[in-house]
Design a protein. Structure first.
Length: 494
């Protein structure tokens, strides 16, 4: 038996009001007014498919430092930042996984998230991997004043696959591959070009998805009437219900596709809906997840109902941690849809020294510092000579991971003079529980949010972008730990 041992999810904190979008565009596109309900997940300027996948993986793996049990990694996305660089390698470095793991990027279709999950299940069941990590992240770029701009949402999901499972047992898979082009995006990195909706619905989804689901159910030995959770993402209203009816799946099994509170996260949305179903499924309930894209993919699981395996945040926690955004112009700028004057302070060469990046990979991508074996003094960065007072020992430091440590703000600045995509530029000295301090950027904040003593957590984000060469540089930043702040407030009230 093989199955899901753990899972996690991530949605950006910002939620763009659809009403704000349609109001801003009503003069030119009054036809979009019907889409002005609810909100969509909106990535911050320093988030992309890769950073969100890292956060979902951290949710799945938990805070433990030891991740040596993971020996295979699959990263799925159609909006990965690099076309010719192993994106999964960046994910692996950020999570401080072992160098001996196998890693692959899976892309090319909206169903690649489920395809990656299926590959991981095959890898573990076949014995080529003991434990595999699957991460799917998506930040789809849509033209301004388009329906896709309102339908999309940014997010990520992650799963740990083992032979023992624990959260859900894998029962069967069904696939259909057919070059039915509902939309496409060329290799120039532009926008999606979509075909007519009725054609996609009637000739594509209705005809290609049911065979995949039927094959998965047959492989699992499960009757359609026994399905308790049916996950099918689609921007077409009622599409999942139509498919369920044609397949004989109970109407009450059709899951909410989270369109009103998140939007559709492309290839990551099938995995996100599966993660959401796992949070609520009872022991023994059958979950079917399917997704369309040049054919279809379908997977069948049996939930175990193990409440102790639920992630700290998951889909429910991520959606609950939200901040409404009504500034449509901010969304356009964050997504590179407006050519704006960044000023002279932004005029700098962001060329990355790839030799330095490689030599300091664990420090830059993994936030790994050092701990002196003799004195126990913790420091960042790790150096040959320890900073221990009165005992600067040589070559006594061992790797020490900071990413999962509790931390707080010692001092900070909100700087309007330096260039920032979201001014003011917040940065400060962050001190860690157990020792160590790092001067770093503070993200996901507005003026007035930061103060001395504020509990923060580490988040993997874009540091800056070399637009001249197309290289994205990543590092860690501090973000308010709002759960810790809430706990402090509750204690103070008592």
């Amino acid at each position: 038996m093989v199955g899901i041992a753990a899972w996690g999810a991530y949605a950006p904190r910002l939620r763009l009001s659809r009403k704000a979008v349609v109001t801003a565009n009503a003069w030119v596109a009054p036809n979009l007014v019907g889409k002005g309900k609810g909100e969509r997940a909106m990535a911050n300027w320093d988030e992309d498919a890769l950073t969100m996948a890292v956060e979902a993986a951290r949710d799945a793996l938990g805070p433990a430092d030891d991740r040596s049990h993971i020996d295979a990694l699959y990263f799925a996305s159609t909006t990965a930042p690099f076309a010719d660089r192993l994106n999964a390698g960046v994910v692996s470095a950020a999570l401080t996984l072992e160098k001996s793991i196998s890693a692959s990027d899976v892309t090319g279709s909206q169903r690649c998230g489920l395809a990656a999950l299926a590959q991981a299940l095959d890898s573990v069941s076949g014995g080529s991997a003991r434990s595999a990590l699957v991460v799917a992240g998506e930040r789809r770029k849509a033209r301004a004043v388009s329906a896709l701009e309102l339908d999309c949402g940014d997010g990520a999901a992650a799963f740990v696959i083992t032979a023992e499972g624990g959260a859900a047992d894998f029962l069967g898979r069904g696939s259909v591959t057919d070059d039915f082009v509902d939309h496409f995006r060329g290799n120039d990195g532009g926008f999606d070009y979509a075909w007519e909706e009725r054609w996609i619905r009637d000739e594509g989804i209705v005809k290609l998805v049911p065979p995949a689901v039927k094959r998965a159910l047959a492989a699992a030995g499960v009757a359609a009437a026994d399905v308790a959770h049916f996950c099918f993402p689609s921007t077409f209203s009622g599409m999942a219900a139509t498919l369920a009816k044609s397949l004989g799946i109970p109407a009450e099994a059709v899951r909410d596709n989270l369109a009103a509170v998140m939007g559709e996260a492309g290839s990551a949305h099938g995995p996100l809906m599966l993660a959401h179903a796992l949070e609520q499924a009872k022991a023994g309930e059958i979950i079917v997840v399917s997704q369309f894209g040049q054919g279809a993919e379908a997977l069948v699981f049996r939930a175990t109902g193990a409440a102790n395996l639920k992630p700290a945040r998951g889909v429910t926690g991520s959606l609950a941690d939200r901040q409404e955004e009504t500034n449509y112009l901010k969304f356009l700028i964050f997504n590179g849809l407006v050519d704006w004057d960044k000023g002279m302070r932004a005029e700098k060469d962001n060329k990355t020294a790839l030799t330095t990046l490689y030599r300091n990979e664990d420090m830059i991508l993994g936030l790994v510092g050092g701990r002196c074996r003799e004195t126990g003094v913790v420091q960042f960065p790790r150096t040959r000579i320890s900073v221990a007072p009165n005992k600067p020992a040589l070559d006594t430091q061992e790797p020490y991971r900071f990413a999962e440590r509790k931390a707080s703000v010692l001092s900070y600045s909100a700087d309007y003079l330096t260039f920032s995509m979201a001014p003011p530029n917040h940065y400060g000295m962050i001190v860690f529980e157990g020792g160590g301090r790092i001067m770093m950027d503070i993200t996901d904040v507005s003026p007035g949010d930061v103060d001395t003593g504020l509990p923060v957590k580490m988040v993997f984000r874009i540091k800056d972008i070399d637009e001249k060469r197309g290289f994205v540089r990543y590092f860690w930043k501090a973000a308010p730990d709002r759960s810790a702040v809430s706990a402090q407030t509750a204690v103070a009230a008592e």
